[in-house]
Design a protein around this ligand. Structure first.
Ligand code: ATP
Length: 217
């Protein structure tokens, strides 16, 4: 792997995350192939450059067919995440937390939930989806030990800020917030907010009000 990527010019390597991100979106949407013209439009890189970039990885595209999204994606993920694995912790092993632990991003080989925390002592010491559940009393120490940099928050909204504050003085740089609470964090911490109830409501609203042209909204 190392030898293979060593041959890729730096300028090409810099564009890989861009391609990768777009391809992941396509893959999530269920698209199986993409033309260099489509890619070019989306990532704002001219299609000749894209074809040249991709040629470094072997003949991945076929004329009139385009590129196989799944194949490209697996190629890029190997190239980009050669030895990088992000250790993730989940806090709040309720219904949603349990579902995420069982899911554990098994199709993604660059991030993994390695530990979970809960303040309910009856849950502490158990495993869900083979992930150990620890006490909140051990939070800082455990996060530091395993160099956890990302936390998934699935506690009740009312506990979200208190728990977030407890992440100070750890290596956590990113929080995936599944609670409806808006979090105050230091400037070096990034929060991504996923409110499933709001998303569902928004979808239903669109279906009710824009049923004929909802597809591309
Ligand atoms: P359940 O029915 O298992 O309680 P739930 O998703 O309905 O699931 P919530 O009340 O949303 O439960 O709480 C989610 C989880 O967060 C629970 O396991 C709860 O014990 C845990 N929790 C609540 N407050 C805290 C806190 N301050 N720190 C850590 N975990 C917490």
């Amino acid at each position: 792997m190392k030898d293979e990527s060593a041959k890729i010019p730096q300028a090409t390597a810099k564009r890989l995350p861009l391609y990768y991100r777009y391809l992941r979106n396509l893959y999530t949407l269920g698209k199986q192939r993409v033309s260099s013209a489509e890619l070019s439009e989306a990532v704002k890189v001219d299609s000749a450059t894209i074809r040249r970039d991709f040629s470094y990885f072997g003949a991945l595209g076929k004329k009139g067919y385009g590129y196989n999204v799944k194949y490209l994606l697996s190629f890029f993920s190997k190239t980009l995440n050669q030895d990088e694995m992000t250790n993730v912790a989940l806090i709040g092993v309720g219904n949603l937390g349990t579902a995420l632990l069982n899911y554990n991003f098994s199709k993604n080989n660059s991030a993994r939930i390695v530990m979970a925390f809960d303040n309910d002592e009856s849950k502490v010491g158990k495993r869900v989806g083979n992930v150990p559940i620890y006490s909140m009393n051990d939070l800082k120490e455990r996060l530091r030990q395993e160099d956890v940099t990302v936390v998934i928050l699935t506690v009740p909204a009312i506990a979200a800020q208190t728990v977030t504050d407890e992440l100070a003085d750890t290596n956590v740089k990113g929080i995936l917030n599944f609670t409806p609470a808006r979090l105050n964090v230091p400037p070096n911490v990034r929060v991504h907010h996923i409110d499933l109830a709001v998303e569902l409501q928004a979808l239903i609203y669109f279906l009710q009000h824009y049923s004929n042209d909802a597809e591309n909204s």
